[in-house]
Design a protein around this ligand. Sequence first.
Ligand code: HEM
Length: 412
Amino acid sequence: MRTRRDVLQRLAVLSGTAGLAGCSRMLDPSTVGGVPGLAANPHAESLPETQFGHADALRTDGDGNPIQPQYHRVLLLALDVEPSNDAARTVERSMRTLEAAFDWAPDGLFHMLAWGTDYFERVGALDRSPIERPTVLSRVDEPDLQSYDAALVLSSDTQSHLIRTENALFGSADELNGEPVEHRLGTVFSVAGRRTGFMGAGLPKEHAHVEGVPSDALSDDHPMFTGFFSGRKRTQAGEDRVRIGDGDFAGGTTMHLSHLTENLDLWWDSFDAADRAGRMFAPDVSPEDVAEFGTDVPFANAVREHAREYGEVGHHEKVARAREDGEPIVLRRDFNTVDGGQAGVHFLSLQRSLADFRKTRRAMNGWYLRDEHAQVTDRKNNGLLEFITVQSRANFYAPPRNGRSFPLFTDG
Ligand code: HEM
């Protein structure tokens, strides 16, 4: 893998400058969408205008909750070439290859190309982009604050689709699911990092060989390492809620990606089922209650009272305080991981503005509870905070499908 320094040096040589500040003169917000010199996308008619539109393609469970794909892979990308129409055409053609090769469905492939803070800085547009560099958001974590040029987000129920896609777009495979591969993202980007994972009943148990996973605790029913489900319909922002409505970035969304590691020994060995239900939801929620949750998780908005009465609070009752007009404001697409040989979660969330993510994370921190009960501290008796450590954070903007190649850039 190339280091960031290698890439910057190569870019400096390619552009004949010490950076790419000169590109800013070529930015033209009126040309958002489409790629000069390329016919309209032949697949566009049958695909969502957003890159994140999964809702109509997902299966649902018996209660009507959407079931996210089982396997996930996020490729973190570093630009190797100067932005140009040529590079934009290569990127767009590579993405169209995916659309030709797979159905937009869990048994095919979902894909999204998002652009990071490094890219917007490179083209001199970070200030007017919808994203900013990540910051530390809690008092107890010291995450690696990361910045990338782009991220390719892939998910499917068929794990091999993700591996074959990576081999086709960044390796040398000349065929992908019967489609010839004539254009590769690998001629424009190199892979600077990779996040892999899974979500679905029984998958955490299958991955219970890694450090910190008590294998006897997990069952074939558990979709997450904590033993609970995630993504009840009404606990998620709708796709419309996270879609940017107007301006240069209309039709896109912001994406936050953090890597959290989990201390599962503590979760499973030191807590019983009632404790775990209390920490995940609220102290007055029992495992029997949880079994009855259908498309929603009840929210009594009584977290202060719970802190005072029980000396502990749950994760859900804190984060649900960030709802606006009764609706959640972030769309979570997180997944379990054993990357680095350690159980954890890649917390990928979509929101109209990164401020919505920060508001949710502040609600989760629970600092507003410190005067309610001495036992509720920054980590202890405070939802999941005793069990998770934030390792890294990064921010991205995911443009609409027809503007997914070098947003804001025009070679004009
Ligand atoms: C290991 C990490 C995490 C686990 C295991 C976890 C688990 C859960 C579970 C089980 C629920 C309720 C059930 C459902 O989704 O249907 C939930 C809800 C939620 N979580 Fe998390 N979570 C984690 C981290 C986070 C983080 C880092 C955030 C954001 C800062 C977050 C934000 C939310 C939100 C917004 C909801 C829905 C609230 C509502 O109903 O309005 N979670 N989480």
